[in-house]
Write a protein that binds this ligand. Structure first.
Ligand SMILES: [Mg+2]
Length: 120
């Protein structure tokens, strides 16, 4: 959703309307900095939630884990600082039982190659 539903109220109304569509997960339904809203929504739906824009680095990952705010995270090298920080985020996620994917911000082929290497 790329933050399109803004807050937990509008997100929950939208999620309720989608509940019969066998959705695999919902990505970042609320504004990036509202990790509390993600945690709240997660208590109200069985559809897995993915944090994307709200994950910038290790500080946010610690908060996501502590608050159980996401089932999945999207790690972007251009946001977290490169290969090494991305690997650390992936390790944090794995230790907390959170699935992760390596995303991109439509960077160059060189930037994408770095992401591929982290993923592999
Ligand atoms: Mg996004």
């Amino acid at each position: 959703m790329n933050q399109a539903w803004k807050n937990s109220s509008t997100a929950l109304v939208a999620i309720q309307s989608l509940k019969d569509l066998d959705i695999n997960w919902i990505e970042q339904p609320v504004i990036a900095d509202d990790i509390d809203a993600m945690a709240y929504i997660k208590t109200k739906t069985d559809i897995p939630l993915m944090m994307d824009e709200g994950l910038k680095g290790a500080r946010e990952m610690r908060e996501i884990i502590h608050k159980r705010a996401a089932d999945k995270v999207n790690i972007k090298l251009m946001k977290c600082g490169g290969i090494y920080p991305a690997v650390k985020l992936a390790h944090q996620a794995e230790m907390a039982g959170i699935e992760c994917q390596i995303g991109s911000m439509v960077e160059s082929s060189v930037g994408s190659a770095a992401g591929y290497h982290v993923a592999f």
